[in-house]
Design a protein. Structure first.
Length: 209
């Protein structure tokens, strides 16, 4: 009787071991499937992210660089001409215009300079003087003559020269609006147009008066 009982116990224990082993194998298989499925999902996600990632795009183009380089020299001449009014005219309208031009354009020169440094570009195109290719630039002989004049004769030449200079700046700004890419440069181009067109109108009125 004892032997039969012991045999039954051993048989039951063996059956339990077999059942546990089978369950363990099934769980491992399920885990392996889950793990494989998880990896497959992550792999697919990574591939999707890599595919959807946008390639870096330059925030400026050659037109922006040219605009900044040329406007630095263009504005520098306007500031120089504005300073020529000191001691050469007593016309308050001309003096006010000159002060406003200098006040507006010197900070813009600093802005253009900062952009070119940020873009790792020279302040002036290498190998040539861009002044000869910019509309509205006043020739050196005209500037030299302006320095010798006073009173109404000075006012007339100064106004004529600054009108042409402003018209050149507007033409360059329109070129930036149509061909540029850098948002801040295009915004400044529009600002130049908005500021200088009324000044042109004022100067033309002074010439007629």
């Amino acid at each position: 009787m004892r032997n039969r009982t012991r045999t039954a116990i051993l048989a039951g224990a063996a059956a339990a071991v077999l059942i546990l082993s089978a369950c363990s194998s099934d769980n491992k298989g399920d885990d392996a499937k889950s793990e494989h499925s998880g990896h497959s999902g992550m792999s697919g996600m990574t591939t999707t992210l890599d595919t959807d990632a946008a390639a870096p795009v330059s925030d400026h183009n050659d037109a922006d660089v040219t605009f900044a380089q040329q406007m630095i020299m263009h504005h520098q001449q306007a500031v120089e001409m504005s300073k020529l009014t000191e001691g050469r005219t007593a016309n308050p309208a001309v003096l006010d215009l000159a002060k406003n031009i200098e006040t507006a354009q010197q900070p813009e020169i600093d802005t253009f300079t900062g952009w070119l440094k940020q873009w790792n570009q020279p302040l002036m195109p290498e190998g040539h003087d861009p002044a000869g290719h910019m509309p509205g630039m006043v020739d050196a002989p005209v500037l030299d003559r302006m320095k010798t004049l006073n009173g109404e004769v000075f006012d007339q030449l100064w106004l004529q020269s600054m009108i042409a200079h402003h018209q050149g700046a507007i033409a360059m700004s329109n070129a930036e609006l149509s061909g540029g890419q850098y948002p801040a440069a295009k915004q400044l181009a529009q600002q130049i147009i908005d500021n200088q067109q009324p000044e042109i109108d004022t100067m033309q009125g002074l010439l007629k008066g």
